[in-house]
Design a protein. Structure first.
Length: 407
């Protein structure tokens, strides 16, 4: 794959239970290395960097496999809605005190959105931009974006975590779930320019350990720039925690002030696929040690058989830290409704405000039994929304006039 290409997301499971096979891993070409003089040494280093990029690309292809899967259901079943409620209770979304994210602008960068879904047909988007086909009307030819948007704003068979937000949608992933690093970077920049307070990235690329001039790590750079402007960036840790662990979380989740989210099952135990963070640093493929509260991932949220919307009007389940990311996006949204001074243009906002909220996350999450300090998969602990609102001093929603959005 090209240096700047993000890997494809997995296909949806069909009604027959069939799924497309993942793409073959990239083949690493062998290079002939010269020696003896300075120019040869420089060439040798350059070739090593190129090989590393290609290896990284192969790893990423594994990282995002199985992010979205589950049967298509013709209606939101009792089992599905009960499981959705179980997850809300687990992370205290049943105790948001009436906060819905009202007045907070969230931007989802993904494969688009299917507004014809009965759980989304009430929705008027705050804004839409298609970085794949330049179409002016919202659509989703893959389905992952609809699943993630539904977790946040569905109102029907399923009920979103923060239905009151103003939603921006940037389509940066194509019908096969693939997208370029630069395309995602452009989408992040667009979210910022359109007034987003929170950017939700249920996608990822290679860990950002290769200098950007070689790696093409534009999404990481765009995330850093967004944070300097006071925009909260929430990203998925990745799904390679089992057989193909690349030894760190995905990019841009690996960026210092990005809030990086791992996954748990319905019991609050670590989801088997959640990626682990490499927080002590390393010499080969240099990675600096991380310190609190920026060790990766920072926290965990639901990631196993999470009830979601399926494009075309169905319901199903998603596995992966992509879903977990949206739970934290919802939590930050309700927090910002309760503490508007922490929004990007608020009196306590900006990058310092983001760093304060990260401190609160570390203080309010629930560590797993026997955990002492940060865990490479479980982060500082499990998201607890009520505890976060308590720590922030957000007690009750203000009475505001609902904003007007366009479709």
């Amino acid at each position: 794959m090209d240096d700047d290409q993000l890997p494809p997301l997995p296909p949806l499971i069909s009604e027959m239970g069939e799924a497309l096979s993942p793409p073959d891993d990239a083949v690493i070409p062998r290079e002939t290395l010269l020696d003896n003089d300075l120019e040869t040494l420089r060439a040798f280093v350059a070739i090593l960097v190129i090989i590393t990029i290609i290896i990284t690309g192969a790893v990423v292809g594994i990282t995002v496999n199985n992010w979205l899967q589950g049967e298509i259901i013709e209606g939101a079943s009792v089992e599905l809605t009960a499981r959705a409620h179980q997850y809300k209770v687990l992370v205290e979304f049943d105790k948001t005190r009436g906060f819905t994210g009202d007045g907070v602008v969230v931007c989802i960068v993904d494969s688009g959105i299917d507004l014809s879904h009965p759980d989304l047909d009430h929705l008027s988007l705050r804004g839409w931009q298609d970085f794949i086909n330049n179409r002016t009307e919202p659509y989703d030819d893959h389905g992952h974006g609809t699943a993630m948007a539904g977790l946040l704003v569905a109102d029907g068979g399923l009920h979103g975590l923060s239905k009151g937000v103003g939603l921006l949608v940037a389509k940066a992933l194509s019908k096969d779930g693939s997208g370029s690093d630069q395309g995602v970077a452009n989408a992040i920049d667009w979210c910022v320019s359109e007034g987003a307070e929170v950017i939700s990235l249920s996608l990822g690329g290679a860990p950002g350990f290769i200098p950007s001039q070689f790696q093409g790590d534009g999404a990481a750079a765009a995330s850093r720039e967004a944070i300097t402007q006071g925009v909260y960036v929430i990203a998925a840790a990745g799904n390679d925690g089992q057989s193909s662990d690349d030894d760190d979380v995905d990019s841009p989740c690996s960026e210092e002030d990005v809030i990086c989210v791992g996954g748990v099952n319905e019991n609050g135990d670590p989801w088997v696929g959640t990626s682990k963070g490499r927080n002590n640093g390393r010499v080969w493929l240099p990675l600096l040690p991380r310190s609190d509260p920026d060790k990766k991932p920072e926290l965990v949220a639901p990631a196993e058989r999470v009830p979601v919307l399926i494009k075309g009007g169905g319901w199903g389940y998603a596995d992966g830290t992509s879903a977990a990311t949206v739970y934290v996006t919802g939590a930050i949204s309700v927090l910002l409704e309760g503490r508007p001074d922490l929004q990007r243009n608020g009196s306590a906002g900006g990058q310092q405000g983001i760093e304060k909220v990260k401190d609160w996350l570390q203080e309010t999450v629930q560590p797993k039994d026997g955990q002492d300090g940060h865990d490479e998969k479980y982060g500082y602990g499990l998201l607890k929304v009520e505890a976060l609102l308590d720590r922030a001093g957000a007690t009750s929603p203000a009475k505001t006039t609902a904003p007007t959005y366009y479709g």
